[in-house]
Design a protein around this ligand. Sequence first.
Ligand code: ZN
Length: 409
Amino acid sequence: MEKEKLVNYAKLIVKTGVNLKPNQDALIVGSVEIYEFIRILVKELYEAGARKVFIDYTDDDISNFHYQYQKDEALKKVENFELAKQQYIVDNLPCRIYLDSEVPDENISFDIKKLGVYSKARKEAFKKYRDIYEYKIQWCIAGVPSKKWAKKLFPALNDEQAVEKLWEEILKASRCFDGDPFKNWELHDKNLVKHADFLNKLNLTRLEYKSKNGTDFKVWLSKNVNWEAGGEYTQDTKIYFQPNIPTEEVFTSPIAGKCEGVVVATKPLSLNNTLVENFKVYFKDGKVDKIEAEKGEEAFEELFKSDERSRMLGECALVPFSNPINNSGILFFSTLFDENACCHLALGDAFKNLIKGYETMSKEEIDSVGLNNSINHVDFMIGSKDLTIKGYDEENNEYLIFNNGEWAI
Ligand code: ZN
C-alpha cells in the first residue's frame, strides 16, 4: 500500500480514533508481523504530542509455546509486574490502541482450556484496576493485515498481493481509502448518532426480531439505558474518541436475564481460537439454554465455564445490511469487521456507561438497573437480508425499526 495512505490511516487512528491529547501516553498492542505499520503509528503518536509510547508486541507462535509448555499453576499466576502495569494505567490513563491482525488458528498445539486458565486469572486480577480506568481512557481498535490473515482471505494470491488486497479492503471498510478520511468520519459519525438519538426518543422497552432463517426472538430493554453509536466521551475528561475503526453499529445493553426465543447466527464466530460455524442460540428465561452448532460448539462450553453470567446478553447492536463491510462480501474472520457487517448480539458484560446519569450513580444504583456483569463479552452476528425488528414502548406502541435488513426509521 502507498506510504501516504498508511500515514493517513495512522493519523486517523491517532486523531479520530483515540484522539490523543498532548503529553498523554499511549499503549499499543500489536503483532510482531505488523511492525512496519507500528513504526508509522508510533511516529504519528509522537508527532501528535505523545509523552511516551509503549508497545506490547504479540507473537502467535510464542503464545502457542506458552500454552503448550506452561503448567496450569504457572499460567494462573499473575506476576507482580503485570499488576504494576495495571497500576500504571490507573495512575497515568494512557490511551490504548489495539491493532487487530489475527486470524483464528485452527492448528493450535495446546489444549484450548489452557487459554481459558490464563485469561480468566488475568481478567479477575485486573478487574479492580479496569473498573477504575475503563471509562476514563480513550481506546481504539483498528485492523492491520498480517500475511497469515491476508492469505486466509485471499488464498489464490501470492503473499504480497494478498496483503495489498487486504489493506485495500481494510481501508475501504474503514472509510479511509477515498476522499478525506477525517471528513468521511465526521459525516459518518453524525449519521450514526442521528439513529441513536431517534431510538433514545422512543424509550423502547422491548425488541422483537424475525427472519426467514428461523430467528424469532424477544429481548427486554430498560428505559434508563441509552442507545449509542459512533464516538464516545471519556468519563470526567470528556474527550471524544472512536473506539472502533470501522464502526457501523447503533447499540444498547438489554436487561440481563430477560429475553426469549432463538437467534440464528449469520456469520461464523471466532471464539478462543476456535471457529464456531452455522450455529443457533436458544434462550430460555433470559439465559442461553442450548447452542446448536455445526462446528466448534465446545468453545461456548468453555466460555460459560469461565463465567456462568456469559449465558446472559450484554449488548444488542443494529447495523444495516448494506454498508461498506457487508457490501465487500468478504468474511474477515475478525469480530471488529464482521460484527460491523450486520446486526449482532453479545453474550456477557453490558456497557454500564450507557445508563442514564451513570456518572453520578453509586455502584448499588448502577446494579439496580439490572445490566449484565461478566468477565466476557462475545459478539455474534445475526443480521440477515430480510431481518425485521420491531420496537415497543411501555404503552406497547409498535415501531418498525428494521425492515428487510435496513433502517426503517
Ligand atoms: Zn457491538
